[in-house]
Design a binder for this molecule. Structure first.
Ligand code: ATP
Length: 360
């Protein structure tokens, strides 16, 4: 089933929750919808499920408008953050409840057993929800949502109530199950790392708007806007003025320094641009096309990684270094090395007007 949202606008009183939202989830795709709290993620999900009606725009399943189709007739399975299992029913009954309204053929017992096997809970049919761990409860919720064989699966922060380790494990399992069933899925999360890990494509939202839709690699490496660059992953954003153009690269004046950056598009001399430099692209104290001198202000230990904060070119830059490197200390002067192709000039900055007199 293909899900299309066309120019959706939704207001709650004075609040514009969604403004001109368009997106398409292709058949069998897992799309993650990620964005800060209150940006409208849950509203999109509720519109697709049929619990809300848009003020304008259309929602289509396989090209057919579903506006006016009742939620129970939309063939949508839902999983929420807080499991919402029936506390007085055991695991079997909870999952079988999901089958109650389905015009399903075949034996209920076999179907429930198959679903519990799918979510890794075989043998726990008789347990009550209170006798299950948080992760197991969420697996039951998933099995119950999948019981009627929905064409679309909507997951709203399904792992938010779980601890970090369990979240990492369950997101891999959800992805596996989704791929096995080939079910069109929208996965709402505020956690950008989770979105990158599970999704075929990620839709990044700011308040009421979609900023970019792309593969995890696209939104990470080539963010469409500064908002996406800041929201997805860790990064350094530098502002520089184009001082020279030279084939596929430009020389940028950043503070007192000059750095060479790859420019995928034509950019005029004198234009002010924002450049993204990911922390893992910077090498410390090694020869490179670009070198910035800086001073370490902090070394943050993160187990397998050192996050090194460096004052350079009038900015505090974050660098990802090898955790085994014991030579990095606060106060040390270091060289930051990177190639022109390690820098990404944000496209939205092409809209800013050039100034006539470049500084270099
Ligand atoms: P969170 O990550 O915190 O759950 P969200 O991105 O899912 O947030 P929504 O729940 O979709 O955001 O809310 C979007 C905006 O619409 C918010 O400003 C919210 O306060 C508002 N809103 C949502 N539902 C209602 C409602 N029923 N009545 C009034 N305002 C609402």
């Amino acid at each position: 089933m293909r899900v299309t949202l066309k120019e959706i606008t939704k207001r709650f009183g004075m609040t514009v929750a969604l403004e001109g939202i368009s997106l398409e989830i292709t058949e069998g795709e897992l799309m993650a919808l990620v964005g800060p709290s209150g940006c409208g993620k849950t509203t999109i999900l509720r519109l697709i499920a049929g619990f809300e009606t848009p003020d304008s725009g259309d929602i289509l399943f396989d090209g057919q408008s579903v506006l006016g189709v009742l939620p129970e007739r939309r063939g949508v399975g839902l999983v929420f953050q807080n499991y919402a299992l029936f506390p007085h029913m055991n695991v079997f009954q909870n999952v079988a409840y999901g089958l109650k309204f389905a015009r399903s053929s075949g034996n209920v017992r076999d179907r429930v057993r198959a679903l519990l096997e799918l979510v890794g809970l075989e043998g726990l049919e008789q347990r009550m929800p209170s006798e299950l761990s948080a992760g197991q409860q969420q697996r039951v919720a998933l099995a119950r949502a999948l019981a009627p064989n929905p064409k679309i699966l909507l997951l709203d922060e399904p792992l938010s109530a779980l601890d970090a380790k369990l979240r990492e494990r369950l997101r891999i399992e959800i992805k596996k199950i989704q791929k096995a069933l080939k079910i069109t899925t929208l996965y709402v999360t505020h956690d950008q790392e989770e979105a990158l890990a599970v999704a075929d494509r990620v839709a990044v939202m700011s308040i009421a708007h979609i900023e970019q839709i792309g593969t995890p690699q696209e939104v990470y490496h080539t963010p469409a806007t500064e908002f996406v660059a800041r929201f997805i992953g860790r990064g350094n954003l530098l502002t520089g003025r184009v001082a020279q153009r030279d084939g596929e690269s430009v020389v940028l004046a950043v503070g007192e320094s000059a750095i060479r950056a790859h420019a995928a598009h034509e950019i005029e001399i004198g234009r002010l641009v924002t450049v993204l430099m990911r922390p893992e692209r910077i090498r410390l104290n090694q020869p490179a096309e670009n070198i910035l001198l800086g001073k370490i202000t902090e070394v943050e230990f993160a187990g397998d990684t050192l996050w090194v904060h460096v004052e350079a070119a009038g900015n505090t830059l974050i660098v990802k270094a090898n955790a085994l490197d014991s030579s990095l200390h606060e106060g040390d002067v270091v060289q930051l090395g990177f190639a022109a192709s390690d820098l990404y000039i944000l496209p939205s900055d092409r809209r800013s007007p050039p100034t006539p007199s470049p500084e270099l």
